[in-house]
Ligand binder design. Structure first.
Ligand code: ADP
Length: 476
């Protein structure tokens, strides 16, 4: 049994902006189920949705700031969360990182430096809790200073740093080093310095004992100039300590028990999936037709997700016998173009702008294929949800998509491993060809059914991911 301090800037259901929050909910629970002693550390944002009682555990100083450490529980678990309460930095009502206009808070460097220093005090057993970490597991740039600063401590616990998305790095003006009181020995080109600036994520990558990222292929991708954001050299240098572990998915996403879908089903009762298709078509005012190929997309509408490629395909797609349902929000330009298509082809394209968890479940259950043509994808969740729902994903061969979807080829049909459709080139032509390939196969119901069964049989559980993390901890 290890004492694991799991330091993160967001945890579902308390606060979520992206996949990190889901991992920070599921992985600690899965680790705890194997007998590990896991404690989460999270800033005490004003916007937290807390359902359990909150206790006050400790008060300590970080520089001139007084920090209170509060304790609550992660819902539906025995995992305890320690909240770093520093109102002058975290008592904000909205998003943890950006203001209402989408601009990063001007004091983010100070805010997350304080958070990192508080986590170090906890890890080193200096806040009167009689608990010293055996491992400190840090996530993304907001925690990147922890491995760097801990490396200067006497008898410090080992660190693991997980990269959930290298596109977000926490880069700040070099002059901030003095304000943040960062020790000079960390401010070198092989430390925090990055082209005259300070990079928080580099602190994690340069100083952590082990680095993980959320899929094996993304671990390779970030070692290339294309997806390394200037850190590819350091990542290649550290590649003996860099491991890709695919995220699991939650049991909330299970067509057998999902309360948010029209009719539950399993691989043995796939006929009932059609009830969800009808319900979805009815809900979205699309013509009810069980034979038309129904394509789904649930996504942040941003370039990373290949939305521009999809827009490029739409003029031709609408000439096919298909329907297309889109749920998402993001880039205003993409939203506008999708809206124009939806108005021009109301029987073909349904667009729901915004975030809608219930509709997301009904889409996964109701559509036949799911589009995920991402330009890069550290792990991705929807392609795994889709497979569990017998919805065949169309994905680009990148990151976690490459690791979780098996392309439909004569050989993979034959050996029953095919679970979806994979293409390589990030181009409209390649995407359109793959959509056509799926449409042709859809007219062979027996083959389609077999691929659905293959997909539904895949193990995307957190249990197997948690075991891989425990292996990493055990090497430290
Ligand atoms: P990312 O974290 O890059 O946005 P992921 O596929 O890893 O992409 O995770 C996205 C998660 O957010 C999925 O669970 C997806 O279903 C959900 N999601 C994204 N947009 C919406 C939306 N508009 N409504 C409901 N759920 C959404």
């Amino acid at each position: 049994m290890k004492k694991i301090l799991f330091v993160t800037s967001e945890v579902y259901p308390l606060i979520k902006t992206g996949g990190l929050a889901d991992v920070s909910n599921s992985l600690p629970k899965a680790l705890a189920q194997t007998g590990q002693d896991v404690k989460l550390v999270l800033p005490n944002y004003h916007a937290l949705k807390i359902c359990a009682p909150v206790l006050e555990r400790s008060t300590f100083k970080i520089g001139t700031h007084t920090v209170r450490l509060l304790e609550t529980m992660l819902p539906e678990s025995d995992v305890c969360i320690w909240l770093v309460d520093c109102p002058e930095y975290f008592d904000i009502s909205g998003n943890p990182y950006v203001d209402y206009a989408g601009n990063a808070y001007s004091n983010n460097a100070e805010r997350f430096t304080l958070f990192c220093r508080a986590a170090i005090e906890i890890a080193m057993n200096r806040v009167g809790l009689d608990w010293k970490a055996d491992v400190v597991h840090c996530h993304d740039w907001q925690t990147g200073l922890i491995p760097a600063l801990l490396s200067l401590e006497y008898q410090c616990p080992p660190t693991v740093f997980t990269i959930h998305n290298l596109a977000y790095q926490g880069i700040f003006n070099g002059l901030m080093a003095a304000t943040l009181q960062l020790p000079g020995q960390l401010l070198t080109p092989d430390g925090l310095e990055f082209h005259g600036m300070i990079s928080f994520i580099k602190g994690g990558i340069a100083y952590a004992d082990k680095i993980t990222t959320v899929s094996p292929t993304y671990a390779q991708d970030i070692q290339t100039a294309e997806l390394g954001y200037g850190l590819e050299g350091l990542l290649v240098y550290r590649n003996q300590d860099l491991i890709g572990i695919i995220n699991g998915i939650d049991d909330d996403w299970n067509p057998h028990s999902d309360p948010l879908i029209a009719k539950n089903y399993t691989a043995d009762t796939l006929i009932d999936k059609k009830e969800n298709k009808k319900a979805l078509q009815a809900h979205l005012n699309l013509p009810i037709d069980e034979n038309v190929l129904l394509i789904g997309l649930i996504s942040r509408l941003v370039e990373q997700k290949g939305i521009d490629m999809i827009l490029g395909c739409l003029p031709e797609m609408v000439t096919y016998p298909i329907q297309f349902v889109v749920l998402g929000s993001g880039d205003k330009g993409f939203e506008k173009q999708l809206h124009e298509f939806a108005c021009a082809y109301p029987h073909k394209l349904s667009l729901t702008l915004g975030y809608d968890e219930s509709l997301a479940h009904l889409i996964e259950a109701g559509v036949d294929v799911f589009l995920m043509p991402s330009r890069f994808e550290p792990c991705g969740l929807n392609q795994m949800y889709s497979q569990r729902y017998g919805t065949l994903p169309i994905v680009r061969h990148t990151g976690g998509l490459a690791d979780t979807v098996v392309d439909t080829l004569p050989s993979t049909i034959e050996n029953r491993t095919a679970t979806g459709f994979v293409f390589n080139e990030a181009s409209e032509g390649a995407l359109l060809e793959t959509i056509k390939r799926a449409a042709i196969l859809y007219s062979f119901p027996d083959s389609w059914h077999q691929i659905q069964v293959n997909a539904m049989g895949r193990d995307f559980s957190w249990k197997s991911s948690a075991e891989q993390y425990i292996n990493v901890y055990s090497t430290l």
